[in-house]
Design a protein around this ligand. Sequence first.
Ligand SMILES: Cc1ncc(COP(=O)(O)O)c(C=O)c1O
Length: 499
Amino acid sequence: MRRLGLEREIVDRQLYDQAVKRFAERQVALPTFAEIAEPWRAANRLREALAGVDPDAADPRNLYRVNWYNDASRKGFTDVPEHVVLPSELTGTPGRILVLLADRFPLVSCHKVLASYGCLAPRVVAGQFDPASQRAIWPSTGNYCRGGVAISRLMGCRGVAVLPAGMSRERFDWLARWVEDPSDIVRTPGTESNVKEIYDECNRLALDPENVVLNQFSEFGNHLVHYTATGRAVERVLEALSDTGQGGELAAFVSASGSAGTIAAGDYLKERHGSEIVAVEALECPTMLYNGFGEHNIQGIGDKHIPFIHNVMNTDVVTAISDRATDRLNILFNTGAGRRYLAERQAVPEQAVEALSSFGLSSICNMLAAVKYARHRRLGPDDVVVTVATDGAAMYASELERVAAKLYPNGVDEVVAGEIFGEHLAEVSGEHLRELDRRERDRIFNLGYYTWVEQQGVSVEEFEERREQRFWRETRTIVGDWDAMIQEFNERTGVLAAP
Ligand SMILES: Cc1ncc(COP(=O)(O)O)c(C=O)c1O
């Protein structure tokens, strides 16, 4: 089980002791998974100490900001995760679409730091990673590797980003500022859906024992951190809405799947609220829906394969959204003409228009899928569909410029805005949505065989055991063990005991 990061005990005492020494020197304390899910459990003084710390600084104390409870300034904390309930003027459905806003997260303004932390911290406290000598390798199509490089810096170790050369300029600019050495950015051929090329590069890097690959598509830390933290964050928002009389019945959690980490929040919510889990992909790369493949521009999702940590047999609905829609809505949501159109012609309340700047391309995709699902199920004002805005529009300014110049060379005006709204919001089509029965779930599950057993060397037994929910329930019990290990590790470094 070592390869999949599921250790419940220290596996290498020497590495462990080296990590303790390094973290003591660098004054790095690690939050537990429980503290990430409910940050008020952490000692007050840890949060107070953050008051003077820039949320984007390479300061280890920022690890205590890796949670859903950062406010809009990203410097302070909230009692309830930041969110928006989208008005029906925008969505065209009476069903309530609740979106958690992840651009409040520290370091990368995206919740992927959760996944990066959730994969590396258990390795450190299990003696599987020496921060002084080894390099953490972060394969990704963008945000996970940025999160990984940032988390590595905070933990005093070297991180390497492995990502397709065709990803957005903003991502590379950011990485260039954060890596220790330019060679720590490894560019693989292709774009968004060229994950096989990323795997090949990681397999090459893994030949060197100084490299530890943290594969978000197969590390259960990614699933578990979203299960505990994102699941709980959604629940906290629902509780707060109920307290103010704006609650409703949770119908579904909707998430476009990249590594299938975020969608684990759906497993948490399904257990407690009986809600459905809706997986989303790009229509131009409809792997789950149609065994399809292809290129698309919804950066961060849809990588032509089924992640090992996707609990496919617990997924209820699969749907697809076109990048034609996300590219164009990015223009509608983030240009003056588009925003004016929404506010003046469609009477979208100002606060909701403001919130749209927190919607990057995959966030728009999530929102459209939530709308599609709400229409499909004919949900009403007492029903809530939840999704997340994984990152904000700031990450796609160059994409907006490129697409707008190509599609609308004469500029974006009210007519263009009206066309985009009419085609991609007012008329969200009900096509490309499938409710999954046992046979359909098996079909999607089986697709994973080719990646994981044939290409990546997972045994058939390890592959198959995930078909049963027993496996997932049992796996989740590891979180308590990890938290105990994190606490013990912190005691040994003595960092939390320091005045
Ligand atoms: C912008 C963006 N959206 C969505 C996702 C998908 O999230 P997950 O990998 O948790 O499925 C990612 C993943 O990297 C992402 O970067």
